[in-house]
Design a binder for this molecule. Structure first.
Ligand SMILES: [Zn+2]
Length: 402
C-alpha cells in the first residue's frame, strides 16, 4: 500500500509545482517538491495553516493564487461572518464521486436503492456531494434538501426511500413521524459517534436496528473518512487523502493509536488542493483490517480541537474530551469547570460538573471513565446541583483562563 501511496503523492507534488501559492511557500522553506521520493522526505514539507490558506482563498478569483481557470464549480463554506470558496474542477467532482463508490457499497447501499438527501444544496457542498456520489454509484436520488419535515416524510413513504442522508437531529424528527422503509442512515453535519450515546439515541428514535453510517469531512476535503456497515470506526478514504497524525507541539508524527492533530494532503485534487494541512482536529488513526477491506480507521470521528491542549502531569489533555465523557452519564448536565493548578511542582486537577447524584457513586464511576479516556487521575471531582457557567477551563499555572 505504501508503494501506491508514495507514487500518488509524487504525482500530486508534481501538480502542486504548478501552484503559485505552494511554490512561494516552498521557496521560502527551501524545499523542492520535485525532489521528494519517500514518505520520510515528505515530512520535510512545511505544514499549511488554516489562517494562511483561508487568507488566500478569500481573495477574489482574479487575485487568488489558489484559483485556476479549469475551475467548474464554486461552493462556499462559512468562516466566522464570511464565506470562503471551495473550488472544484470537473475532474475533482468526478474523483470525489468515484472514491465514494466503494464506501457506499461497504455501507450496504444497493444500486437500485431510492435515496433521499436532506442536506442543503445552496452554496454549501454537502447536498451536491451526496447527490453526485449516489447518482455516480447507480442509485436513484431525491434531492429533498433541508426542512419541511411533513413533505419529506410523505415523499420518503410514497417512494419507499431506503437510504436517507441527513443530520442526526433531523433524522430523529423524521423517524418519530414514521419512515419505516429506511434501512440505512448516513449522518453528517454535526458530531455523532464522538458524542457518547448519540448513535443509540438515534436508533431508539427509529425503533429498530438500522445501519447508521458516520462520516468525517471538511468543506475543503470531501470525503475524508466514513464508517461501514460493520461499525468498526471511520475508515480513511486512503486513495483520496493522505492523513497524518502529528504531535501539535513538536509537529512530529505520532504512532498509530496515539492522539494528535490530523494533517491532510489531497492525493488527486486539482483545484486548491491541501498539502500537509493542519486541521486543528484531535484524533488518532488505528491500523486494523476491517471485514470491508479497509485498514486505516479513526475510532470515532474527532475528539476535540488541538489548539486547546494542556499538559497536565506530563500527559497531553484536551479539556473538550470531557464533553463526550459526561454525556454518558444521564444524571449529569453539560456544564463543567476544569481547574488545573500546581503545588510545589505537582499538578492538581479538579473537575466540577453540574448534575444530581441520587445514587452517590457517580464520582467513582466518572473518575474511572475519565482515567480510561484521558489517562489522567483527577485529584478532585465534585457534582454540584447548579453551576453558573461552563464549560470553563482554568489553568492557574499560567494565571489565565480561556
Ligand atoms: Zn469497514
Amino acid at each position: 500500500m505504501d508503494w501506491d501511496l508514495t507514487s500518488l503523492l509524487v504525482t500530486q507534488l508534481g501538480r502542486l509545482k504548478q501552484s503559485a501559492f505552494y511554490n512561494q511557500k516552498m521557496e521560502q522553506a527551501g524545499v523542492d517538491l520535485s525532489s521528494i521520493r519517500s514518505l520520510e522526505e515528505f515530512e520535510k514539507i512545511p505544514f499549511t495553516t488554516a489562517t494562511e490558506l483561508l487568507q488566500e482563498l478569500k481573495k477574489r478569483p482574479s487575485e487568488s493564487s489558489l484559483f485556476s481557470n479549469d475551475v467548474t464549480r464554486i461552493n462556499f463554506s462559512p468562516s466566522g461572518q464570511d464565506l470562503y470558496p471551495v473550488y472544484h474542477t470537473e475532474s475533482d467532482i468526478e474523483t470525489m464521486h468515484r472514491v465514494c463508490a466503494p464506501t457506499l457499497e461497504a455501507a450496504g447501499v444497493k444500486k437500485g436503492d431510492i435515496c433521499a438527501v436532506t442536506f442543503g444544496y445552496h452554496l454549501f457542498v454537502a447536498g451536491l456531494f451526496y447527490q453526485g456520489q449516489l447518482e455516480y454509484y447507480g442509485a436513484k436520488v431525491i434531492p429533498l434538501g433541508p426542512g419541511e419535515s411533513e413533505r419529506a416524510v410523505q415523499l420518503i413513504n410514497d417512494y419507499q426511500v431506503s437510504v436517507l442522508m441527513s443530520n442526526p437531529t433531523f433524522a430523529m424528527k423524521l423517524a418519530q413521524k414514521g419512515i419505516p422503509s429506511v434501512r440505512i442512515l448516513f449522518v453528517g453535519g454535526e458530531p455523532f459517534t464522538s458524542v457518547e450515546g448519540y448513535p443509540e439515541k438515534v436508533r431508539q428514535a427509529f425503533g429498530r436496528d438500522i445501519i447508521i453510517i458516520d462520516s468525517y469531512s471538511m468543506a475543503l476535503c470531501m470525503p475524508i473518512a466514513r464508517s461501514c456497515r460493520y461499525g468498526r470506526g471511520l475508515h480513511i478514504i486512503d486513495d483520496f487523502v493522505y492523513a497524518e497524525v502529528i504531535d501539535p507541539v513538536t509537529g512530529k508524527g505520532v504512532p498509530y493509536g496515539e492522539k494528535g492533530e490530523l494533517v491532510l494532503t489531497h492525493l488527486k485534487k486539482e483545484a486548491a488542493p491541501l498539502l500537509r494541512y493542519r486541521t486543528g482536529d484531535l484524533t488518532s488513526i488505528e491500523k486494523k483490517k476491517c471485514e470491508c477491506g479497509r485498514e486505516l480507521t479513526l475510532p470515532k470521528s474527532i475528539f476535540g480541537r488541538t489548539d486547546e491542549m494542556l499538559k497536565v502531569k506530563g500527559v497531553k489533555f484536551w479539556p473538550s474530551q470531557i464533553n463526550g465523557i459526561i454525556r454518558a452519564f444521564p444524571e449529569l448536565g453539560s456544564k463543567y469547570r476544569v481547574v488545573v493548578n500546581t503545588d510545589r511542582g505537582v499538578d492538581f486537577l479538579r473537575l466540577m460538573v453540574e448534575g444530581n447524584d441520587p445514587s452517590g457513586n457517580i464520582v467513582d464511576r466518572l473518575s474511572k471513565r475519565l482515567k480510561s479516556e484521558t489517562l489522567l487521575a483527577f485529584n478532585e471531582i465534585q457534582v454540584i446541583s447548579k453551576l453558573e457557567d461552563g464549560p470553563v477551563v482554568i489553568d492557574e499555572r499560567k494565571g489565565r483562563g480561556f
